[in-house]
Design a protein around this ligand. Structure first.
Ligand code: NAD
Length: 505
């Protein structure tokens, strides 16, 4: 049996429970169908075959989950940080113990290749460990002295919070949002994306098996316009941590207005990789290829615009095209696969439409540019490179969220900066140059929340994660996450019998 066949057999075993029992909501430690019994099907993008019937939650389910999160809040918030830390490490251990199952289920539910998903489960465990270690200090604040007064700041968990996640790398992203909320002392209601609900279900189960008290973490499946919307409008939910499209962020902000919801948004991107002629071109090409074609290009931080200095433009884009053509597209469980099928036929259609738009705008297809006939006949799209593009084209301005790269030449540093900043987004930027003074000058003026110089995206968890412009509001990582999930309180102590103004005698 080949490794691929062996993987398929294992995946079938892991998926059997979902086929048999479906995916129920998890509220206050109980498995529950949606009130009224509505369901929807989740399919695999490999062959469009149904994987599971999923509870289709609505406002009634959200209300029940929010009440459960409220009921669990006082005890969870009062738990000493050290105890929370131990529990969260146990959750991380349990994720590692089930890493293979998580990876296989994720691959079949999302189309992401095993090569990347095997690590995504472990990264999820790392997210839990990182925030677990910070739980004991989450409430710590500052001491500010004034004449006759000592001020002490402290932080309190804000209350039950809603977490709404997208379909790309859903397991890893859910841990990234949920772990800091739990470490801060918040209870949660999680609404995962309807295209990829399976690993969210594994995650809550793992947490409860590891000893997380009932009601601290509640899971409601359903569609954005009903379950998601109801969560953002619920008065018991104090804040919404959201990862998804910019236009959904804007809707959530409106929906949350009546209940004055605090929001944290990680949104879309159209991130530039800027390559100057003095860069190490081979490394820059590898990094550009990695950042657009890994994770099927369904990655908020993907470098989807390639800005290249004119003098090396032809040589560099030829190098990228060669590499793109050699990328193996295939079944997500084939160990050789780099690019798997896109998440869903709806998304595949969107990506193929953008490829048609690029052609009609006059850009040249230098690699790919079409549907790929992959195993299972699912949503495969060949890694695509457009050359001869300009920044006014829709393929240069709009987030395609697939394996499609748009290459644009620039004359000099000023033009590179103008092109890089001329989009509505500002999540990440990648700069390639050997001139350190230019690197400083350029990054200082580049509109992006996160920039890597002479590197692909290599995450260091204590650093802030988030975007500017339409790419987001707020930062995650380390203490930045706690600032979102907690309220800061100041307490002033008089240190002397100071003169109090006497009004009324
Ligand atoms: P999406 O905005 O369509 O959906 C995200 C989630 O929001 C889903 O759970 C969906 O059900 C829910 N939702 C939809 N409408 C809602 C509403 N009115 N109220 C409340 N919830 C609602 O995004 P997607 O297509 O699932 O994910 C892809 C997008 O996510 C891309 O734009 C990508 O860049 C972005 N993303 C950003 C980051 C980041 O860190 N900045 C990370 C990953 C993905």
């Amino acid at each position: 049996m080949s490794k691929h066949q062996e993987n398929m057999a294992k995946a079938a075993t892991y998926l059997a429970r979902f086929k048999e029992k479906g995916v129920l909501n998890r509220i206050a430690g109980e498995d529950l169908p949606a009130e009224g019994g509505a369901t929807f099907e989740t399919i695999s993008p490999v062959d469009l075959a149904p994987l599971a019937t999923v509870a289709k939650g609505t406002a009634a389910d959200i209300d029940r989950a929010a009440k459960a999160a409220r009921a669990a809040f006082a005890d969870w918030a009062a738990m000493p940080g050290g105890t929370r830390k131990k529990l969260m490490h146990k959750i991380a251990d349990a994720i590692v113990a089930r890493a293979e199952e998580i990876a296989f289920v994720e691959c079949m539910d999302t189309g992401q290749s095993l090569r990347f998903m095997a690590k995504a489960a472990l990264r999820g465990a790392e997210n839990f460990r990182f925030f677990a270690d910070r739980a004991p200090e989450a409430r710590d604040g500052r001491t500010l002295r004034a004449e006759g007064q000592v001020n002490m700041t402290t932080r309190m968990p804000i209350g039950p919070v809603g977490i709404i996640t997208p379909w790309n790398t859903p397991f890893m992203l859910s841990t990234w949002k949920i772990a800091p909320a739990l470490a801060a002392g918040c209870t949660i209601v999680h609404k995962p994306a309807e295209f990829s609900p399976l690993t969210a279900r594994l995650l809550v189960e793992i947490a409860e098996d590891a000893g997380l008290p009932r009601g601290v973490w509640n899971l409601v499946n359903g569609f954005g316009e009903d379950a998601g919307k109801a969560l953002t409008e619920h008065p018991l939910i104090k804040a919404i941590g959201f990862v998804g499209e910019s236009r959904t962020g804007s809707m959530i902000m409106k929906q949350g207005a009546d209940t004055l919801k605090r929001v944290h948004f990680e949104l879309g991107g159209k991130n530039p990789v800027i390559v100057f002629a003095d860069a190490d071109l081979e490394r820059a090409a590898d990094a550009a290829v990695f950042m657009i074609y890994s994770l099927n290009g369904e990655r908020c931080t993907s470098s989807s615009r390639l800005l290249v200095e004119e003098s090396i433009y032809d040589r560099f884009t030829a190098l990228v095209a060669e590499k793109a053509k050699r990328i193996k597209v295939g079944h997500p469980l084939d160990p050789e696969t780099i690019v798997g099928p896109l998440i869903h036929p709806v998304h595949e259609k969107k990506v193929l439409e953008y490829i048609a738009i690029g052609r009609s705008e006059g850009a040249t297809v230098a690699a790919g540019g079409e549907k790929f006939d992959g195993p299972g006949g699912g949503c495969y799209v060949a890694p695509t490179l457009f050359t001869g593009a300009n920044n006014g084209m829709r393929i240069a301005q709009e987030e395609i969220f697939g394996p499609v790269l748009t290459a644009i030449p620039f004359k000099d540093e000023a033009e590179a900066l103008a092109l890089a900043n001329d989009v509505q987004y500002g999540l990440t930027g990648y700069l390639w140059t050997s001139d350190v003074t230019r690197a400083f000058r350029f990054t200082d003026r580049l509109d992006a929340g996160m920039i890597w110089v002479n590197s692909e995206n290599v995450r260091h968890l204590p650093t802030p994660f988030g975007g500017v412009k339409n790419s987001g509001i707020g930062r995650d990582g380390g203490d930045w996450s706690f600032d979102f999930y907690m309220e800061t309180k100041n307490i002033a102590f008089a240190t002397s019998a100071h003169a109090i103004p006497k009004l009324g005698g």
